[in-house]
Unconditional design. Structure first.
Length: 143
């Protein structure tokens, strides 16, 4: 019985480390002189990585028109970025475009904060934004 409990504890610990670990988040900016700058700060956890990768891929579609920088909350530069924008708590992801995280899309205020719509985990709610919303703003900002 004692061995079963130990196995369960070690299994849960391994799962937690796997979910929160992974490759460090890249910090260098792409196209730092671009007129449109996308900055993403995120927790480096498995459920969030796919959303971050989608944002990065979308920004890359704009080539030299859009610079992209990714920050990790677990780094000194990430902590400084979070403090600059007053981000606290267990924020999965926040996206800033030229220093703003909220835009009007079709008359609706859209904030690029937390998971994309329908992307939450059950523990952390989904945000109100979609990748299409992000594309709309990047289209507006690059034209």
């Amino acid at each position: 019985m004692q061995n079963t409990k130990l196995i369960i504890v070690f299994t849960l610990l391994a799962l937690a480390l796997t979910a929160c670990g992974g490759a460090p988040v890249a910090l260098p900016s792409t196209y730092p002189d671009a007129a449109v700058q996308v900055e993403v700060i995120a927790l480096n956890h498995a459920p969030i990585r796919s959303a971050v990768e989608e944002v990065e891929a979308l920004a890359a579609e704009y080539g030299e028109k859009v610079g992209y920088t990714r920050y990790d909350f677990d780094t000194d530069v990430g902590v400084a970025f979070a403090e600059k924008y007053g981000i606290d708590g267990h924020t999965p992801i926040a996206i800033y475009i030229n220093g703003e995280d909220e835009f009007e899309i079709d008359g609706v205020a859209t904030k690029f904060y937390s998971f994309p719509q329908d992307g939450g985990t059950g523990i952390v709610a989904s945000g109100t934004w979609t990748m299409d919303d992000l594309r709309t703003v990047l289209d507006q900002e690059t034209n």
